[in-house]
Design a protein around this ligand. Structure first.
Ligand SMILES: [Zn+2]
Length: 626
């Protein structure tokens, strides 16, 4: 401390001899014997007034930096935060913010199934807890229009409805979903909001939407104020200083709240491990230009259909090189349509052509923008790759541009699709600079923490290792470890100006959805399918006589997926013998009780097969009683 202040005083100290500084600077070795005495004789004089201002500035720093002093410490108000999805996983974001009497939901997203969830297309959060507090819920608040934040809305609204507050793009996209699910009527719950305006929601909540940059247009961070203080929920974000539409992240509003005092920050942890700042969306422009300028045949570009600015940039470079644009893929067509209808992007209408016109055009005049960057089997690009698209057949002169990264878990299907495309002769471009992430890296996460300057910190949106890393970054930025909690889905956190603690755990989980009919698939069906897939099935028919309490015909067994066909018969015989042996020695009276008999037969067979093959197949007994 003393060192700092004397250094700061050097030039203004009136008692210091003018040549003293000069001498000091010219000496290569400071520990010179002749100078030693002079320092001793003339200790640095301290100006009392300056010292006083140093203290004042230290106090100013403390007031500025310590959020504790900005909160109403006398308030006894509390707020509870419960994530019901989005932690320990990527996707399925949904969180409940709850006062004594009221609750709001922030986002209602879906996620994608693992490979062993056979026949499941999407996962929807378990709504059990929402059923429990249904009467308290006053609104659904949406941060942005990504599927993992709005995808479960129709499933929630089939069961219970609340007013929905969001900016126009998320509402337009939710509206589309409602239409698809025959819930058109539910558009009456829409409450479009203006950014930078504070909305009173219910009696207990005030919410402001602050503009955020992300890989989808019209994203927001939220400032949620209750009697307990203000919570900032970043939503998904990156800090893009040169966004395509010029609408930068509203850092000023975040700073405003930070200066006023923030109780707690919930911040996006997706890219917590990335030390390199996330580049601007605009940074893909030179790469697009480079790739497009060299293409000799058709260009087929695929990206996330929700990344409208990426599509916009691609189309712009298509136009630059004199190409007409053909948009293929339901979600891509719909998203561009919405973005144009609501004036988020503008193009002359005459640049677009239909898929059936492509064949009549010169290859060099065509840009196809399409879905399928994740190798999804139903996507347009995948169908093109296997030669099953009605209008587009892949040619050796085609250039396929994948302007995206693989979502973890999709690497296999992307690679498979690439094999197909290359077998058809097409050239591939997946250059690194042709895609940028939509999420903040460590440096932007730090900026967010510094802007909001929260007392408490809850890293969200990411798997366990992501939130743990984000916690480290929080601590680096001055948040004490005791003020950071790592949440998991279902854990309820209570926050008050003086404390933050875990209070209880509520039920969470996933509901499986079959997209063919938009219906739920019950959990036991999935379990059966898993057993079938991994361990096979055993079916047996047993005929017993209730009168004589004994079997009347030899049992019959059929198995699938357990032994190879050539061993089928022998294996069935072996099982039949086991069952027969059991039935011959069965206790009196058991045969009359079919249910008990079924259970026993299952056990006998299960034991035997486990002993022989270390497998637990699905076992289906049929008991015929005569
Ligand atoms: Zn997002």
């Amino acid at each position: 401390m003393a060192e700092e202040t004397t250094q700061g005083n050097t030039n203004t100290n009136p008692n210091r001899k003018p040549n003293q500084n000069k001498n000091n600077q010219n000496k290569p070795k400071p520990a010179n014997n002749r100078n030693k005495n002079r320092y001793k004789k003339q200790p640095t004089a301290v100006d009392a007034t300056l010292k006083e201002f140093v203290v004042k500035n230290q106090e100013a720093h403390k007031q500025r930096l310590n959020p504790h002093y900005k909160l109403d410490l006398n308030s006894r108000a509390k707020i509870r935060v419960t994530p019901l999805g989005g932690l320990g996983e990527i996707g399925g974001n949904i969180a409940v913010f709850e006062t004594q009497n009221e609750a709001i939901l922030v986002d209602v997203g879906m996620s994608f199934p693992d490979e062993d969830m056979h026949g499941v297309d999407i996962l929807v959060p378990d709504f059990s807890y929402l059923r429990e507090i249904r009467k308290k819920i006053v609104a659904v608040i949406i941060t942005h229009a990504h599927e993992d934040h709005i995808g479960a809305m129709p499933y929630l609204f089939k069961e219970m409805q609340f007013p929905i507050y969001a900016t126009p793009l998320p509402l337009a996209m939710i509206g589309n979903k409602f239409d698809e699910h025959h819930l058109k009527d539910h558009r009456k719950y829409f409450n479009p909001v203006e950014k930078r305006k504070v909305y009173k929601i219910g009696n207990d909540f005030e919410v402001e939407w602050m503009h955020m940059t992300h890989s989808i247009l019209d994203s927001s961070s939220l400032a949620i104020t209750t009697d307990a203080g203000t919570i900032i929920h970043t939503g998904d974000f990156k800090i893009d200083h040169t966004p395509v539409d010029g609408y930068t992240a509203d850092l000023h509003r975040l700073a405003y709240y930070g200066d006023k005092g923030v109780l707690c920050l919930l911040s996006d942890s997706t890219n917590s491990h990335n030390p390199i700042p996330t580049p601007s969306e605009l940074s893909v422009a030179p790469a697009l230009d480079r790739v497009f300028s060299k293409a000799e045949g058709r260009i087929i570009l695929s990206t996330f259909s929700s990344n409208i600015h990426r599509v916009y940039q691609a189309i712009q470079y298509g136009i630059k090189y004199g190409r007409k644009v053909c948009v293929i893929g339901r979600s891509m067509e719909r998203n561009i349509e919405i973005a144009m209808a609501y004036d988020y992007i503008r193009f002359p209408k005459n640049i677009f052509i239909d898929a059936d016109e492509v064949a009549r055009m010169n290859d060099k005049d065509v840009l196809i923008v399409t879905t399928g960057s994740q190798g999804e089997p139903n996507s347009a690009l995948f169908r093109m790759s296997i030669g099953e698209h009605r209008h587009i057949k892949i040619k050796p002169t085609d250039l396929i541009v994948l302007s995206s990264r693989a979502i973890p878990g999709n690497e296999g299907s992307i690679s498979g699709m690439m094999n197909h495309l290359q077998r058809a002769g097409a050239k591939m471009c997946m250059d690194k600079d042709i895609h940028v992430s939509g999420h903040a890296s460590i440096e932007e996460q730090k900026l967010m923490i510094r802007l909001c300057n929260p007392k408490f910190f809850l890293p969200v949106h990411g798997e366990y290792n992501h939130v743990m890393k984000h916690k480290e970054t929080g601590m680096m930025c001055g948040i004490p470890e005791r003020n950071i909690l790592i949440m998991t889905d279902g854990e309820q956190i209570e926050i008050a100006p003086k404390f933050m603690r875990k209070v209880k755990t509520v039920k969470t989980g996933k509901t499986y959805i079959d997209n063919q009919n938009n219906h739920q698939i019950e959990d036991d069906i999935i379990l059966d399918r898993q057993k079938l897939a991994s361990d096979g099935i055993v079916m047996m028919v047993v005929e017993v006589s209730s009168q004589h309490s004994k079997m009347i015909a030899k049992p019959r067994v059929t198995t699938f997926g357990i032994v190879p066909d050539r061993r089928d018969k022998a294996f069935a015989k072996e099982m039949e013998d086991v069952i027969e042996h059991y039935l011959l020695h069965i206790k009196d009276g058991l045969i009359e009780n079919t249910r008990a008999l079924e259970n026993d037969l299952r056990q006998v067979v299960r034991k035997h097969i486990y002993r022989r093959m270390k497998k637990y197949p699905l076992i289906v007994p049929h008991i015929l009683v005569s």
